[in-house]
Design a protein around this ligand. Sequence first.
Ligand code: ATP
Ligand code: MG
Length: 373
Amino acid sequence: MSASSVFEKPTSSVDLTPEEQRKAVEEWKRAAGQLFLSSRDAIILVDSAGSILTWNPSAERLYGWKEVEVLGKPFLELVKVELPRPLGQIENILRREGYWEYELKETNRQGLQITVASRWTAWRNSAGVAIGRLHLDTDLTKLRRGEQQLRVVSGHLLNLRDEERRKLGRDLHDSAGQLLSMAKLNLSLSEEHLGTVPPRAAAYLEECSKLIDQALSEVRTISYLLHPPLLEELGLAGVLPWYVAGFSERSRVKVTLDAPKEMGRLPRELELGLFRILQECLTNIHKHSNSSTANISLSLGNKQVRLKVEDQGKGMAATATQSGNEGRTSGVGLSGIRERVTNLGGHMQIRSGDWGTAVEVVFPCVEISMEPV
Ligand SMILES: Nc1ncnc2c1ncn2[C@@H]1O[C@H](COP(=O)(O)OP(=O)(O)OP(=O)(O)O)[C@@H](O)[C@H]1O
Ligand SMILES: [Mg+2]
């Protein structure tokens, strides 16, 4: 059989006699040659009923059986393939397009579950008639396991960071905030003596008083942004108006909030994730955007929850948008948002230009109850 014939449209499928089949397999192996033996991927050839006709050394390593032990056995049952749709539908696709691929879960001889990138190709004779299928399986088990572990670790790191921020916010408020308040009080007490000091010194003192006011407002804003309010108790819908108003007042960024009044409770993880994302976006607006306005919209529908935070500031550098959407930034804010979004199974999009910046996140959300889930 020529290499290109597997991609031609089949006219129908046929069952071969054992002798015809043996010859066809020999011919196919000759054509595949060294590739079959030395490929790192598992290669499995099955007949039109799905029984194994041959598999290569990589398949032996991946699944744990020698080729002689599996000949004639039904491949899909042997490795307990979990198909995403009925086999008949996949066979229709193979008949129509000659090709199908998917990431599949299988089980090896030791009973361990493995993950493979599986590509199926119709195997046809020189007349274009389907006589079986070719499976090419790339082992992704270690990669997927590593990704899963990374996700767990990054989830822990995010929690630690949340805790750290909460503590920092409280400490900042209780230490620097209190000290500045006392300094401000002392300065106010000294105001009545200003007439007795040289005018230049009085001007400096007045300047100091203004600087302390600024520092106080900055410390309060930062600690407010770091320290989350009563999210657990009030829920996202309950906290948002209050939090946004507090942010507006402290940062002097005029923020509009468009959110459903009656929202019930979302799953706890999701509420916390959305709130942290909002906090980071508002912190970024305060720190970087120079915008005096911002809009927040939160909507529910089509089994999704969508949060969009937009400012009308100077916009991000192109690298930050790209990094926020795909890669890394020097700061941890946007990459933290990306991590949270991945962990919660959502999507994220950042758009930015000279009109400002918009960060939008969407999460699947099935359950909405009146109590935290
Ligand atoms: N709303 C915004 N307007 C303009 N630039 C922004 C905005 N949000 C983020 N940026 C830019 O994107 C960069 C990356 O943001 P990110 O939140 O990841 O880090 P950071 O805010 O600098 O540090 P961190 O969040 O770790 O405290 C920022 O340094 C800033 O240049
Ligand atoms: Mg940031």
